[in-house]
Design a protein around this ligand. Sequence first.
Ligand SMILES: [Zn+2]
Ligand SMILES: [Zn+2]
Length: 391
Amino acid sequence: MSKTTPAVTSQPGGAPEKAPRIWSTTLMFVMTLAVALVAVPWYAITHGYSVGAWVLFVVFLYANGMSITGGYHRLWAHKSYDAHWSLRVIYLIFGTMALQNSVFIWASGHRVHHLNVDDEDKDPYSIRRGFWFAHIGWMMREYESGKPNLTNIPDLKRDPMLAFQHRFYLPLALATNFGLPLLAGWAIGDVWGTFWLAGVLRLVVSHHVTFFINSLAHMWGSRPYTEENTARDNPVLAFFTYGEGYHNYHHIFAHDYRNGVRWWQWDPTKWLIAGLSYVGITRRLKRTPGFQIQRALLSMQFTRAQEKLAKHHQAGHSHIEQLRQRIAHEYETFTAALSEWAKVKEQWLEEKKRLVVEHWEHSQLQQRLLEIEASLRMQRRRLRIISAQLA
Ligand SMILES: [Zn+2]
Ligand SMILES: [Zn+2]
């Protein structure tokens, strides 16, 4: 996730590194970082910070971060749920304050990222062009890959609130970044302390933790769901990124409102969205069916088991023939479960069409689908035990 630079054509055929620099963005990043590194400690030594200023730093940091993750990312870029206008206004105010460009540009670039993930020419923040490029470099030059293509957001363009933000982005960004910290600082009687912490330091920290999703979350962590792209699941990153560190899951099931899909996985954005659904502020939350999640996990387990088997074979471990047979047998069970699931699902859909809504939820076919899902879960356990013997 992250933002895209204003559109200007880069040199056709030229090396990407030679693309012209975007001075406004570059200076903004350099100067905010320099002020955060110099003025913030200087003020601590000369004046000290009040507890209130620190509290406001955390409050604004979270408000910014979760407006990007809950609003820009999961609501607007992926449409993973619906939100009441009051929540959308809050997302817009604090998302603008996060200084990651308008929702139009951000969501458009992000949809391109998902569609072309890891493509060196098309992914606006492809990790294959290095950590620095994926983290921040892509925003500092007029790369062809970063050129906004607003044709992929017709749904968002119909929203007048988003059009307003896009049109008046710069004055709104300045007003929120200077106005809100100064106002809050005045309210608690510590204008300058609040400005340095909740204004400048908050912006720099907010920027870089978000940018880690494009850089570190495509390099560091595990890939339990798919190896078809570089996205990784990483609980450490999830902690600092309001739940977005479960990026491997996110790239395979991008329309799920959750990134950390297990109940215990740290994903405050998911908890916010789910929590607000109880009072009707969020609605129509999209969840990936459990069966699909189990299928993806199990497929990856089989791939890994096969890799281990191949290695043992090369090393001449003929005694693992028994394990090989067990894995082959498990694989047969797996494919049988998949085809049965498809068949039952079809029958279930037919039945659902015929019966009234109250009844189909309790139908026997629905029960059978849940049983198949549970059997995949058991199979994952068995396969884990077999794989452990191969290690
Ligand atoms: Zn990604
Ligand atoms: Zn995404």
